[in-house]
Design a protein around this ligand. Sequence first.
Ligand code: MSP
Length: 656
Amino acid sequence: MSTSSEAKRTFFVTTPIYYVNDVPHIGHAYTTVIADALARFQKLAGKDVFFLTGTDEHGQKIEKAAAEKGTTPKALADSVVGRAQGLWKALDIEYDFFVRTTMDFHEKGVQKLFQLLLDRGDIYKGTYKGWYCVSDENFLADDIPVDADGRKTCPDCGKKASAVSEETYFFRLSAYQDRLLKLYEEHPEFVRPQSRLNEVASFVRGGLKDLSITRTTVKWGIPVPGDPKHTIYVWFDALHNYVTASGYGWDEARFEKFWPADVQLVGKDILRFHAVYWPAFLMAAGLPLPRTIFSHGWWLKDDTKMSKSRGNVLDPHVLLKTFGPDPIRYFLLREIPIGLDGNFSHEGFLHRVNSDLANDFGNLVQRTLTMIGNYFGGAIEAPGEETAEDAAIRTEFDGLKGRVFDHFQACALNKALEEIWSYISRVNKYLADHQPWIMAKDPALRPRLGRVLLQAAAAIRGASYLAYPVMPRSVDKVWGFLGEAAGPAGVRWEAIDFGSFGPGRKVGTPQALFPRVALKDFLGDESAAGQDSGPAAGPETTKGATNMDIITYEEFKKLDLRVARILEAERVPGATRILKLKIDIGTEQRQMVAGVAETYTPEELVGKSLIVICNLKPAVIRGIESQAMLLAAITPDNKALIPFFDRDIAAGAMVK
Ligand code: MSP
């Protein structure tokens, strides 16, 4: 087993490498955000960190996706890689290395390892006959029954598998059964959480068959050295990214320094590849094994796993646009312990953001610093002595710091956040109990007032530091408001103490940290009138002139009303009143959501021209950003009737 990371003073964390058939969604973002938080924490703790992520670009799945999109696998990969990297940047992911399995050093490294195993007799040639699931890039177990249509179904993803019969090179996996069982027994931390270790061990105890690791019918892969009609099985190729990207075969110094990885994060669907095949490959090559394969759960939407093929993925860009990265990072890490599944609901997300971030944390920062500004001109020069209550806030911070450290070390990120937020509530209560805004009215209480606010500011500084691995951007801002010359990244964990924020420190003017967004504004409300879902009905269907304000022509002129042509229209799964439209407004194309599904079918709308407002603030309705609103009349039974034009008119024409 590996040297312990405590001894080597390094920390190496990996995410799986993502398939390039599509851009990552919230589910993929989850793993990457976990890795980023762990990496940032370990850096604060003084470790030399290597954080690896990347893309899995070979194999039949990508070959097929490229063919369907009418492009080459490499061109598809190139375009997805750019977009994936853009998403990681937007989420403030600070990886150290981005590996692509089409990189030269990786291909050479995989061929070298293949040759090594061949030379050692762990790889041999034979024939494979069985079933293959392209979606999971997985050979099916023999005992899966054949369906009525003569085909087998993949038990993991539910898709039909393809029959395969071809010459192949096998990896002698069966020879590693005992060694793997011994590994799980001697190093139960090899698979976490514990419940997953039991699953893996019982799978291995059930018997291992040799594994086919080359294909002759797949062209998009790394050629087998000396036998190029075979390409290397995508999982043999992909798993080795962890060693090639850390330097195996081309940067031995880096490889020596960082390998083996400390934590390899994987979703539970790919645990078997990482906890069975991967250590067996490494044992065969004589390389050290990773310390821990940490298996996380899935983000579900409406109780099913989010996936592109199910059409229920959440686009992180929609959330990022409204909230920025930190609320997403916080929510993903706070909501569930790593290992369990989580259900993503917009309601749950908004509730957390509004209550924990905007109210509890954002407000605390805002109120405290505003009071220091108003009452002390930004600097508390002469606070009164600490009372027992003030001292408790300080000493509780020390205890908190220790517990949060342990939770981060144990990858219990949700517990770390829980602890930090219960301290934040504690500080909120301390302020509420002391009512500094009342104290401020009595000059005799000025030193006492100074002490209370100083204590609160020191608590904010400390607590926000502890949350930095999860919310780097917001904590950088908080530290800026607190008058720190630099952000928390350069401050070592052991150097953080409550007393570092002392009398005389000049604080700045705080700005809002987190947007407070109402559910209705964010999601729209299908049953509400107005901007959100376009002109769906409210309770009132006719409005008397008397209940409307008179506006001037100047005010009316602010509306950018234009003719739009409907290019595409489709239903929104699970929604009965709204349609998603793509419209041409002359200068550009936009998407919008309109509450007209009860009056029109998508088909009858395509090609029609109508009037839209183009400069209304975009709203997100059912997770779809609506970038315009159409005009319609509301019938007495609450249906929307669109006024269409009775002769041709070009899209983009002004309406006034
Ligand atoms: N390419 C392989 C991994 C090779 S690693 C040597 C692969 N790629 S993937 O893009 O399909 O998935 C990557 C990771 O994303 C997996 O760990 C998977 O569990 C995770 N997730 C995909 N959808 C997810 C959710 N809805 N929720 C949480 N994680 C999800 O598998």
